[in-house]
Design a protein around this ligand. Structure first.
Ligand code: PMP
Ligand code: GLN
Length: 383
């Protein structure tokens, strides 16, 4: 570790890698790291196989293959009424992960502040530190994890460069409402800030909740960098095909950094995701219904096992409070669970700068087959 630059030392190994390793070691049901255990839509898989077999295996164009960029633009028009120029306002990246890193590195000067809602996806803080910027957390509170706009307003300083919004939200399952997004937009416009949105769970808003892209709000199109990925929607998390949409000015800045990170990525897999984005609406509804039934299996099982569970309105995860089980340290519980009962989960503390008040919270993934969730339910009852 001592060879590592000092500013990166506090990050260590990601919690997902640590808990997945424990799950393998103890043959546990892995409800830690969020990856599906089912195959994605067959036409998506077939298109990638076909591209490889046909020999399209060399460097794709820098901004991504044209058919994927066209599919991304068409998908945003179809679902959200957003118009993007395929050549200058759409960029393909190595997952949302690279898009986030490239956007933050492209936009933040050393010392700039980046606001993110806490609990936040762990990469945001690491990306800020890579850019020598500072992540400023603004808390969302259990159990609704709703926006507190006064808190957001008071976190804005002259050094604030951008607000990072993740909706549907990992880890909490909160789907930001139009009213919440409008409050964020109002502050962004008043203080001339950029908004970076992480919308990787865009097709996974459940029940009456709807995913609303920040870029679709009045005045936000040209100050929003929208990031998404094919991984979650098409159950292809290992493909790492993501994208960025935004004004030509913002996208060209992100592109300027992206080219030095990976240059280009995953040509044949881009063909698969292009097919996925053009699938009929009914296929997206089926994907959402499958995830929703995963939620509807896991949430009552967690309640049966003695947890208090927060409302889950979208995404892959449920947040549960282990305090009723007498747990005060969820990190310790998660380290023990794989061996004790054969279930892996991640402590919510991994998503906080300061986890005070959230130390008994645990995140469980429900993007698993029903029989796997039933097995987890049986095991959790032993707690
Ligand atoms: N953002 C969020 C909120 C996530 O949960 C994830 C996990 N996949 C990512 C970004 C990274 O996406 P990708 O796998 O496409 O890099
Ligand atoms: N996004 C997934 C999660 O939150 C996977 C994260 C990862 O492995 N870096 O579990």
């Amino acid at each position: 570790m001592s060879e590592l630059v000092s500013r990166m030392r506090r990050f260590g190994t990601t919690i997902f890698a640590e808990m997945s390793a424990l799950a393998v070691e103890h043959d546990a049901v892995n409800l830690g790291q969020g990856f599906p255990d089912t195959a994605g839509p067959q036409p998506v898989l077939d298109a990638a196989i076909e591209a490889i077999s046909a020999g399209r295996n060399q460097y794709p164009p820098g901004p991504g293959i044209p058919q994927l960029r066209r599919a991304i633009a068409a998908h945003q028009r179809h679902w959200y009424g957003l118009e993007w120029d395929v050549d200058s306002e759409v960029l393909v990246t190595a997952g949302a992960t690279e898009a986030l890193a490239a956007a933050i590195l492209a936009l933040c000067e050393p010392g700039d502040e980046l606001i993110a809602f806490e609990p936040f996806y762990d990469a945001y803080d690491a990306d800020a530190v890579l850019a020598q910027a500072t992540l400023v957390p603004v808390r969302l509170e259990w159990p609704d994890f709703a926006l507190d706009s006064d808190r957001l307003a008071s976190a804005i300083t002259p050094r604030t460069r951008a607000i990072l919004v993740n909706t549907p939200h990992n880890p909490t399952g909160h789907v930001f409402s139009r009213a919440e997004l409008e409050q964020i937009a109002e502050l962004a416009i008043a203080h001339d800030l950029i908004v970076i949105t992480d919308e990787v769970y865009e097709h996974l808003a459940f029940d009456e909740h709807r995913h609303i892209p920040m870029a679709s709000l009045p005045g936000m199109r040209d100050r929003t960098i929208t990031i998404s990925s094919g991984g979650k929607t098409f159950a292809t998390t290992g493909w790492k095909v993501g994208w960025v949409t935004g004004s030509a000015e913002l996208v060209s800045a992100v592109m300027a950094v992206k080219q030095w990170l990976t240059y280009v990525n995953a040509g044949p897999l881009q063909e698969g995701i292009a097919v996925g984005l053009a699938l009929p609406d009914a296929d997206f509804a089926a994907i959402r219904a499958q995830l929703r039934s995963g939620r509807d299996l896991l949430v009552p099982a967690l309640a049966d096992a003695g947890f208090t569970v927060a409302p889950v309105n979208g995404g892959y995860f449920a947040v549960a409070d282990a305090a009723p089980l007498g747990v005060t340290d969820a990190a310790q519980l998660c380290r023990e669970l794989p061996e004790r009962i054969g279930v892996a989960a991640v402590p919510l503390s991994a998503f906080y700068r300061d986890a005070a008040g959230a130390k008994s919270l645990v995140r469980f993934a429900f993007c698993k087959r029903p029989e796997v969730l039933h097995k987890a339910a049986t095991r959790l009852r032993q707690l």
